[in-house]
Design a binder for this molecule. Structure first.
Ligand SMILES: [Zn+2]
Length: 270
């Protein structure tokens, strides 16, 4: 009994879960899941204004960046919606609380493709405000932006401010089942991407990953050195493993804590 208590105390204060087989990472047990989410994810399909004579199905070199945009310009919206349904269900299960996603809105942006390529994720706020949607911490905006190639990024919410994220063509095209372009490896960079990085499932993982940045989640190296999730246990590193993580549900305890805190009553009222 004493040793049980000692183990519990040690786990609580030192934060090691090694003697607790149910703990998927070196964290104390996560806080309970709140009954409902104070945040909603708002997906937008953004079609930037195209220059005359824009060429599809070619590598477009802009400075040091390469983009490849397959035709057609307007992707298969039903396929995107289906991926969003998958993402919503997966995330609700992983977090233990359903996080609602609004219906996908298609937006013809007044911004040009060049402007979107320059501003990236930072163009999202102006677009949201132009649509007269609310920019508050109750929302995480996720923009699927055509023409952005392999670009993706996400910024965490702050008090009074929305979280926001962007994914580009790699995500949109894979989710819609377009054939992998022969230059796809160029777009994904020379990183250690496995084949699943170009797949509907892998890229669903990618946009969930970006949306979770909007909830404030960092990559594993964004945590204290002794609390960093193992890369293969978290969608915040190995997004291409989506939807199945062998040693976790895709979010480790320390990450579950952070999301639950972000969506829970703990966060309400600031
Ligand atoms: Zn990331």
């Amino acid at each position: 009994m004493l040793s049980k208590i000692w183990n519990w105390l040690r786990r609580f204060f030192i934060g090691r879960g090694s003697d607790h087989p149910a703990a998927p990472d070196p964290s104390i047990r996560p806080i309970p899941a709140p009954v409902s989410s104070s945040k909603t994810i708002v997906p937008l399909l953004v079609l930037p204004r195209l220059p005359g004579g824009f060429q599809f199905d070619l590598v477009d070199q802009v400075g040091e960046d390469r983009y490849y945009t397959s035709s057609p310009w307007e992707p298969d919206v039903e396929a995107l919606r289906a991926a969003i349904v998958t993402a919503e269900s997966w995330l609700g299960t992983a977090v233990g609380t359903p996080i609602p996603w609004e219906p996908l809105r298609q937006v013809n942006s007044e911004r040009s493709l060049a402007e979107w390529r320059t501003e990236g994720v930072h163009a999202v706020r102006a677009e949201v405000e132009r649509l007269l949607l609310r920019w508050t911490e109750d929302y995480v905006y996720l923009a699927f932006v055509r023409g952005l190639g392999g670009y993706a990024g996400g910024i965490g919410f702050r008090p009074g401010e929305a979280g926001f994220a962007v994914v580009g063509d790699i995500c949109i095209e894979a989710v819609c089942g377009y054939a992998e372009p022969t230059s796809g490896s160029v777009l994904l960079g020379s990183g250690p991407w496995p084949a699943s990085a170009w797949s509907a499932a892998g890229q669903t993982g990618a946009f969930v990953h970006e949306a979770l940045h909007g909830f404030g989640l960092p990559h594993p190296d964004g945590w204290r050195a002794d609390r960093q999730p193992a890369p293969d246990r978290t969608i915040m590193n190995d997004w291409w493993r989506f939807p199945t993580y062998e040693r976790s549900d895709g979010l480790t305890n320390i990450e579950l804590d952070a999301v639950r805190e972000a969506i829970g009553p703990y966060a309400v009222g600031g």
